[in-house]
Design a protein around this ligand. Structure first.
Ligand code: PGA
Length: 249
């Protein structure tokens, strides 16, 4: 069966000291849970987060990586650099990377292959913009994002991939998809996976919902059968809120 996961994307927030404080608070407050709990601090604070969480079950993820092994890519970080500091999980395809930094499906396909080649685990994000939803094109968009970035892979690769459906109109806006909208899309994603691969692959993949998940709405969203957890932005920056969301799962 698939795992339940709550992941916190800290984005460009938290200084070194704030990272250590938040990590220590999370480690101290983490309830007994079968869910996996993951946090993704900014690159420069990954080492500190790994150290602060070494006696905890909370895993540390990067927010991004480059596909090249090494070389002339100013400002970029490779898989080997992450693995070297014991970071084995990476978020790829976040909508902020797509919209502010021009990351395309083709570019992301290269990153996915590079991460898999290094046995990293990937939280792969995708989701439609508001216009797509308004025009009823959201299913097509999501299907094409999956197809273009992931459907060149063998079914076995999905053991190392977690999907994160994040409708762009719900990220950081305070507007969440309703639990029904999330369930409808998650079921569609699972059907799309089953049609391309097989039922086992579709049933075993964890599909997270992301976009304004808060303590107040987490339980209802997580209660939906095809929602296997959440990728949390704003509410991951406060230990009480994040732990309340972990409890909700
Ligand atoms: P949010 O961000 O929870 O602040 O909406 C979610 C995300 O971008 O992963």
């Amino acid at each position: 069966m698939r795992t339940k996961i709550v992941a916190g994307n800290w984005k460009m927030n938290k200084t070194l000291q704030e990272t250590e404080t938040l990590a220590a608070e999370l480690a101290a407050k983490l309830p007994d849970t079968e869910a996996e709990v993951i946090v993704a601090p900014t690159f420069v604070n990954l080492t500190a987060a790994v150290r602060s969480l070494e006696n905890s079950t909370i895993q540390v993820s990067a927010q991004n990586m480059h596909f090249a092994e090494n070389g002339a890519f100013t400002g970029e970080i490779s898989a080997d650099m992450l693995l070297d500091i014991n970071v084995e999980v990476v978020i790829l395809g976040h909508s902020e990377r797509r919209s502010h930094f021009g990351e395309t499906d083709d570019f992301l396909a290269k990153k996915v292959s590079a991460a898999l080649a290094k046995n990293m685990r990937i939280i792969f994000c995708f989701g439609e913009e508001l216009e797509d939803r308004k025009s009823g094109n959201h299913f097509n968009i999501v299907e094409s994002q999956l197809k273009n970035a992931l459907f060149n892979l063998d079914a076995s690769a999905f053991k190392s991939i977690v999907l994160a459906y994040e409708p762009v109109w719900a990220i950081g806006t305070g507007e969440t998809a309703s639990p029904e909208q999330a369930q409808e899309m998650h079921a569609f994603i699972r059907e799309t996976m089953a049609a391309k691969y097989d039922n086992t692959t579709a049933n075993n993949i964890s599909i997270l919902y992301g976009g304004s998940v808060k303590p107040a709405n987490a339980r209802e969203i997580f209660s939906k059968p095809d929602v296997d957890g959440g990728l949390i932005g704003g509410a991951a920056l406060n230990s009480d809120d994040f732990i309340a969301i972990v409890r909700a799962i």
